[in-house]
Ligand binder design. Structure first.
Ligand SMILES: [Zn+2]
Length: 342
């Protein structure tokens, strides 16, 4: 257990934050072509009482802004009087991508492939190194907020390495219906932080470049569920999902033909092997082909683009096997009986 929040000399970017204090800090991570500093906004909220230190990051991919709205609600809308421990909230991590409305850092580098970074490395490694040193390494655990990548939409769900007991505990507490058991790719924040002793989960929801109130409220509830679970946020009544499944395998169903897409499913739908997920039409409106589901599971992501060529990812399905009966039971009797309410 990190004892940073009990340390009266807790600092970020050389700025000391005392117990009971809230500070808004600009953390310099790089420089622009204009010779100006690239600074990441960091809000540090320290409770009066000692406890764990947590990071909440959003916008590691600069165009995934739903998480920024979740962080805003967390740091501004709520009363932190009874907070135990320390919250380090970063509403926009990838500033350069955010300004360009892009997923990437300059030189098309994906920040989420370069953690924990290198002090004297490439531009992405330097940003990652600074964030890791100043923020991540001071924490006991973390939550990284993401949105589906450009042209896709996701069901709110949590990802993490469920073989790690503390990650699993955080993921379960978050309260999403679907927990995807994936450690993340090498260099991703959640994987590298977890391997460095800071168990981290990732929340995926919504679309790029768009706020969604539903996603914000679901994300905020999830963050508060976790903070409550670890004893940082007293008085919060934890919300429970209608069911919760840990899914090990997920598949992107891809188009084999080019054309105009007519999609039959949406995030949250339960689909069975053989169900027609989509049709591909030619410009005359004639059906070129239909795409059957190769598996049974819950739709956790769909394309939002109405066009396809061979290889276009159409539908992302989390496979259900042993847990199918539980999901079916939970959805039974609902007006739209084969779809999760999101
Ligand atoms: Zn992302």
């Amino acid at each position: 257990m990190d004892s940073s929040s009990t340390d009266s000399d807790f600092k970020i970017s050389g700025i000391r934050i005392a117990p009971g204090e809230t500070r808004e800090i600009f953390l310099k991570v790089s420089e622009s072509f204009m010779s100006t500093s690239i600074q990441v906004p960091v809000t540090v909220i320290r409770g009066k009482n000692d406890g764990p230190t947590a990071f909440i990051t959003a916008g590691v991919h600069g165009d995934e802004i739903n998480g920024s709205d979740i962080v805003r609600r967390l740091i501004l809308d709520l009363d932190h009087e009874n907070l135990v421990g320390t919250l380090i909230a970063l509403p926009v991590v990838n500033i350069q991508g955010f300004l360009a409305q892009s997923r990437y850092l300059p030189y098309h580098r994906d920040l989420n492939r370069f953690f924990p970074g290198k002090k004297n490395g490439n531009n992405a490694e330097r940003v990652a190194w600074k964030l890791f040193k100043e923020v991540i390494s001071q924490c006991d655990f973390g939550i990284d907020l993401h949105t589906a990548s450009d042209g896709r939409m996701n069901l709110p769900h949590v990802r993490g390495d469920m073989s790690h007991p503390r990650v699993r505990n955080l993921a379960r507490a978050f309260g999403a219906t679907v927990l995807l058991d994936q450690p993340g790719v090498k260099g991703s924040l959640r994987r590298e932080a977890t391997e460095a002793g800071v168990p981290t989960i990732l929340f995926e929801a919504g679309e790029t470049g768009k706020f969604s109130r539903k996603v914000s409220l679901a994300g905020l509830a999830g963050v508060l569920n976790v903070l409550s679970e670890v004893g940082m946020w007293a008085g919060h009544k934890q919300t429970k999902p209608p069911f919760q499944v840990i899914v090990k395998a997920s598949d992107w169903v891809r188009a084999e033909k080019g054309g105009i897409l007519d999609l039959n499913v949406k995030p949250g739908d339960l689909v069975y092997e053989g169900d027609i997920l989509a049709a591909i039409l030619n410009p005359f409106g004639r059906t070129v082909t239909q795409i059957p589901s190769p598996t049974t599971g819950i739709v956790i992501g769909v394309t939002t683009a109405p066009l396809s060529i061979p290889g276009t990812g159409i539908v992302h399905i989390a496979r259900l096997k042993k847990t199918l009966a539980r999901v079916e039971k939970s959805l039974k009797g609902k007006a739209r009986s084969r779809s999760l309410k999101i």
